[in-house]
Unconditional design. Sequence first.
Length: 100
Amino acid sequence: MAVDGTYNIELETPMGNRPGTLTLKADGDSLSGTYDGGMGGAQAFSGGTVSGDDVAWKISVSGQMGQMELDFKGKVTGDEISGQVQLGSYGSANFKGKRA
């Protein structure tokens, strides 16, 4: 599928930009993969969704502020991905990146 691949992304958080690596794998309208944002290593996820170029997934990470769920919603356009991520109860941030 057009969304499959590894992306070098950056989250634009209130605490500064955070680089990460995202790998996406679509199977029909289901999405799985891994996200490594430097908070304890790569986090695998499944149960995400794909609809055309639109993607969505959730991961749970541990950090300095404890456990937090990151809820991503984005769009893949060619070799670029962008969207928003809900940072638990800490608001939202934009993310963007390019296929590695």
